[in-house]
Design a protein around this ligand. Structure first.
Ligand code: ZN
Length: 272
């Protein structure tokens, strides 16, 4: 089962509680914390985590893009984080191990994050303490980047190590996830997808799904069925694909060769 973790960075911060309620059937609320040092941007911190904690029953998946996170992990746990991930690049190995132990000591799920330039091997010293490994598929700290497909070998390597060791460790990807890149990430071992908040709160979808004509790399076989301009494609948590539009609303299975199957039959536009 693929888990969906919408990022609150795409929420309206003046209406954060409303927007968090809109993603109530997602799996996690992904909270991107940036400190202006480890990454150039500044986002939110401990008081905001504490403020959103009562607004949702979902686990808070707190991604710390901060320098020397060992200084703050306990406070984030106490503020209500359920999962806390720290960048391996943000401190020494010794301090990163300490940060993971503090998080675990608070009864929370600890994890490490790898920036795009960081090899999979950098996670190895920490794997047995990790309940989560997060692979960045964009450079952290900047918006509007596209998915880095060249991270897929790293993702697949981490999936292999996690499985070989039988670890209770989730593998998450963050950055540039849309219905097309989501499939790529899942095929390479991702189990948790960080996505933008849903359009109108489209909970279980890979939210942030774009109209088909804005997905330049979608297979031709996936396009011809739906017509231009008015439909949106969503990859759902169960792996099925849903296409919604002004004339079409169907759910089916999309095969690798682009054929959509609805109720066991190849889908044709007249079906709707
Ligand atoms: Zn993140």
């Amino acid at each position: 089962m693929i888990k969906i973790a919408p990022s609150i960075l795409s929420a309206d911060f003046a209406n954060l509680e409303r927007d968090i309620r809109r993603i109530s059937t997602a799996d996690y609320v992904h909270v991107d914390v940036m400190d202006g040092l480890f990454v150039p941007n500044i986002t939110i911190g401990i008081p905001v985590v504490a403020a959103i904690r009562p607004a949702t029953d979902l686990p808070l998946d707190v991604h710390l893009m901060i320098d020397r996170p060992v200084r703050y992990v306990e406070q984030f746990c106490r503020a209500g984080a359920d999962i806390v991930t720290v960048h391996v690049e943000a401190d020494s190995q010794e301090n990163t191990l300490r940060a993971l132990d503090i998080i675990r000591g608070q009864g929370k799920r600890a994890g490490v994050v790898l920036k795009p330039a960081t090899p999979a091997q950098a996670a190895l010293p920490f794997l047995d303490r990790c309940g989560m490994v997060l692979v960045m598929t964009v450079e952290p700290g900047f918006g509007g980047q596209s998915f880095m497909a060249d991270m897929m070998p790293k993702l697949a390597q981490l999936r292999a190590w996690i499985d070989e060791r039988g670890l209770d460790c989730e593998l998450e990807v963050d950055g540039g996830i849309d219905p097309v890149t989501a499939r790529t990430a899942v095929e390479n071992g991702a189990a948790v997808l960080v996505v933008k908040g849903g359009p109108g709160g489209e909970e279980q979808c890979v939210a942030g799904a774009r109209p088909l004509e804005e997905v330049p790399d979608i297979e031709p076989g996936e396009v011809y069925l739906y017509g231009p301009g008015e439909n949106t494609v969503y990859l759902k948590k169960d792996g099925s694909v849903e296409i919604r539009g002004s004339r079409v609303s169907v759910t089916g299975e999309l095969s690798v060769d682009g054929q959509l199957t609805v109720n066991g039959r190849p889908y044709a536009p007249c079906d709707c």
